[in-house]
Design a protein around this ligand. Structure first.
Ligand SMILES: NC(=O)c1ccc[n+]([C@@H]2O[C@H](COP(=O)([O-])OP(=O)(O)OC[C@H]3O[C@@H](n4cnc5c(N)ncnc54)[C@H](OP(=O)(O)O)[C@@H]3O)[C@@H](O)[C@H]2O)c1
Length: 243
């Protein structure tokens, strides 16, 4: 049976790289046999990623879904269940970062960041977990951040949202261990993606690449079912860029 893998924020950066890595592994090494459900808010991004995955031979479905909209995420899960009847992997990757001084953060920065990174991730996970619980199988990933454990002056609200994700992960794990569901928390340091905007160019040579996070993620997924890689902390070899 094909594995149904949902990736949020699959249009750019790390989510895009994870989708392509799954498709590549399926083609080159035949390590998995996925159907990819790619979601984000921008259809044109998703179409480009889907084309790459389909060219590699992987069936791919795209869906424009804002994860901050709980009705939209409910529709997404209902669509997947109606069409495929099971969910094998959820990759909670969609997220935003607003990086500025604590005193410059606006209410909009706060609401957007918390609604997407914390609230959206929570309610999507809340919808998917009971399906996996019933299946007694499944794997939920969170692309959290080292900012979930380490403070940076420019990332107060982002850190709050990622600390919140870590709280969710710790709680979810208590349920997941009881029903054979794997939960993996990936905490990357700086990765060269569109999230960094123009400043990404400045730091590019001391950052990781999205493919680095993707291959660690897919490796964790491909472990035997009896094994759960619970946490991966992955940093640039030179350490955090603004520590
Ligand atoms: N880059 C880093 O240095 C770094 C380090 C540690 C952790 N992370 C985490 O890794 C994840 C991916 O980050 P990235 O660097 O790859 O960012 P990115 O390049 O900006 O990509 C983020 C993706 O998430 C989607 N997204 C954003 N808001 C969304 C929403 N409300 N609903 C659905 N999709 C949404 C974006 O598409 P649309 O805007 O079109 O929806 C985009 O496809 C994030 O959770 C981030 O916090 C990143």
């Amino acid at each position: 049976m094909k594995e149904i893998i949902i990736i949020t924020g699959a249009g750019k950066g790390i989510g895009r790289a994870i989708a392509i890595d799954f498709a590549r592994r399926a083609k080159e090494k035949e390590q998995c046999n996925p159907i990819l459900i790619l979601s984000s808010r921008t259809r044109s991004d998703l179409e480009k990623v889907a084309e790459i995955c389909r060219d590699l031979g992987t069936e791919t479905v795209i869906t424009e879904t804002d994860i901050a909209d709980t009705k939209a995420t409910r529709n997404l899960i209902e669509m997947v269940m109606e069409r495929f009847g099971h969910i094998d992997c959820l990759i909670n990757n969609a997220g935003v970062g607003r990086f500025k001084s604590l005193f410059e953060m606006t209410e909009e920065d706060f609401d957007d960041t918390m609604n997407i990174n914390a609230k959206g991730t929570f309610f999507l996970t809340q919808k998917v977990f009971p399906i996996m619980e019933q299946q007694r199988s499944g794997h939920i990933f969170f692309i959290s951040s080292i900012a979930a454990e380490t403070a940076f002056k420019s990332s107060s609200v982002y850190s709050m949202s990622k600390f919140a994700q870590n709280g969710l992960i710790a709680s979810l794990r208590l349920y997941a261990r009881e029903c054979n569901v794997r939960v993996t928390n990936i905490m990357p340091g700086a990765v060269y993606t569109p999230m960094w905007g123009e400043s990404g160019e400045h730091f590019k040579n001391v950052m990781m690449m999205p493919e680095d996070i993707a291959s660690a993620t897919v490796d964790a997924y491909l472990q035997p079912g009896r094994t759960c890689v619970e946490e991966i902390v992955i940093r640039p070899t030179g350490g955090d860029i603004n520590s």
